[in-house]
Write a protein that binds this ligand. Structure first.
Ligand SMILES: *Cc1c(COP(=O)(O)O)cnc(C)c1O
Length: 444
């Protein structure tokens, strides 16, 4: 039987995927990444792929800058300028201005700094507001950090479901702390509308951009956001444990010192004076000495985005990301029907990040389990790398999730076709039932 696209109008074939690759203006960027042959890497939302330039840069920074130039490299190799230099490479991706973003520390630490600052501002301007609102399904570290600050300063953390936004934004709320794109479902909030609703009540907003930076266009100034943080080892391809970024709106940045007042955030760190005087810009969000090698590798990841700028930048990346996730959803429905998979990610483009999360009901696997973990393990054994995120258990509204990230810099449309073919094969053959795929490892 020959494939006739007029009679099977809805069905997508491998040829269609190849045509989409041929028309993809961003396709050349894949060569900037060292992806293992044979793997289909759909976990760039957890750990981005390695830029080819990173290995050579690591060699250079270790052998030359550290090995030969030693301490001189703080000046001669520009180590000391890295936090703001790298911040300026991230700024255009998130709608921030020049010298408004610092690359420093980790996301959890940066959240501590900005939430502390937000609470201080709120305590001055609106002392009656004693609540922090966040989502129950926010990434746990965000909630843990908020809990610590609540305990220290007598605030209450109120966890809500997304549909309770924006009705929960009332006069007693100090800060709205949201992750823009949900790590489990890939659902994306309307940053502009929610910020406006918060501001209408005087509430400050903190946006966690861990699953947004480099994945979807973000416009911090356009949304009039107050604070933003995010990590660089996911879609920004900075490498494992690479430092995070922090942005504070210029109207707030100099109002208070951030709580971790280390010497690198001082106005004159090398004056070595005993009194703390914070730098008059985002540089004050630095604390101590940064991991230079890691920063150097992150710069390689950010340079790929500078190159993507010439090919249409974040708008082009977004178009491709949506085409990839649309294709994945369509192919899962076309090829894998009847195997108990659901789609947790919103179908509406405006509500979708750059990942697709599939669900399985509890009981669909072995011993009341959903089978989702084992399916992911069986896929990984075939070279299709996604990951698993546990749900809340039977009866919870949060099911187990098979998570697939689509990084438009290096994932192609044919990859999507083959990935779905593997999903179908794993389900049809029941290969996932093998005991080795049902043993939980410590990192899922
Ligand atoms: C990945 C992620 C983090 C990670 O925080 P670290 O301090 O880098 O470990 C935090 N928040 C969200 C929403 C994330 O997705």
């Amino acid at each position: 039987m020959t494939t006739n696209h007029t009679t099977t109008a809805a069905a997508i074939g491998l040829d269609d995927c190849r045509r989409m690759d041929a028309a993809d203006v961003l396709a050349p960027l894949r060569q900037r990444f060292a992806l293992p042959a044979g793997d289909i890497y759909l976990d760039g939302n957890s750990l981005g792929a390695q830029p080819v330039a990173a290995a050579q840069r690591a060699q250079e920074v270790v052998t030359q800058e550290w090995g030969k130039d030693l301490i001189r490299s703080w000046n001669s190799a520009g180590w000391v300028d890295m936090p703001l230099r790298l911040g300026n490479l991230i700024a255009p991706l998130i709608g921030a201005g020049e010298n408004e973003v610092a690359v420093v520390d980790g996301t959890s630490l940066n959240l501590y700094k900005v939430l502390h600052t937000a609470l201080r501002i709120s305590a001055q301007d609106r002392p009656q507001a004693r609540r922090i609102i966040s989502e129950r399904s926010n990434f746990p570290t965000d909630l843990y950090i908020a809990q610590s600050l609540c305990q220290q300063f007598g605030y209450e953390l109120v966890l809500i479901e997304p549909e309770e936004l924006p009705t929960c934004l009332q006069d007693d709320v100090a800060v709205l702390l949201l992750t823009h794109v949900n790590y489990r479902t890939g659902a994306m909030h309307d940053m502009q509308a929610l910020t406006a609703a918060a501001h209408a009540k005087g509430i400050l907003t903190i946006w966690d951009l861990c699953h947004s930076a480099g994945a979807v266009p973000v416009d911090l100034h356009g949304s009039d956001a107050d604070f933003a943080i995010g990590c660089s080892y996911k879609y920004l391809n900075g490498g494992p444990g690479a430092p995070a970024f922090v942005w504070v709106h210029p109207r707030h940045v100099n109002r208070h010192a951030q709580p971790l007042s280390g010497w690198h955030g001082h106005d004159a760190p090398f004056a070595f004076v005993p009194g703390y005087e914070p730098a008059p810009n985002i540089a004050r969000y630095q604390c101590g000495t940064q991991p230079v090698v890691s920063m150097a590798l992150l710069e390689c990841g950010l340079q790929v985005f500078a190159e993507a700028q010439a090919l249409g930048g974040m708008a082009a990346l977004r178009r491709k990301s949506l085409a990839l996730t649309d294709l994945f959803i369509q192919l899962i429905e076309q090829e894998c029907a009847g195997h108990g998979l659901g789609v947790a990610t919103p179908r509406e483009h405006a509500q979708r990040g750059s990942q697709v999360s599939l669900t399985r009901e509890y009981g669909a696997g072995i011993d009341g389990d959903s089978g989702a973990y084992a399916i992911v393990q069986a896929l990984i054994a075939r070279g299709v790398i996604g990951d698993f995120r546990a749900g809340g258990g039977p009866g919870s509204r949060h099911l187990d999730i098979l998570r697939f990230g689509f990084t438009p810099l290096y994932v192609g449309f044919e990859d999507v076709w083959h990935a779905v073919a593997h999903v179908r094969a794993v389900l049809q053959s029941q290969e996932w039932r093998k005991p080795e795929f049902n043993q939980r490892k410590s990192v899922t």
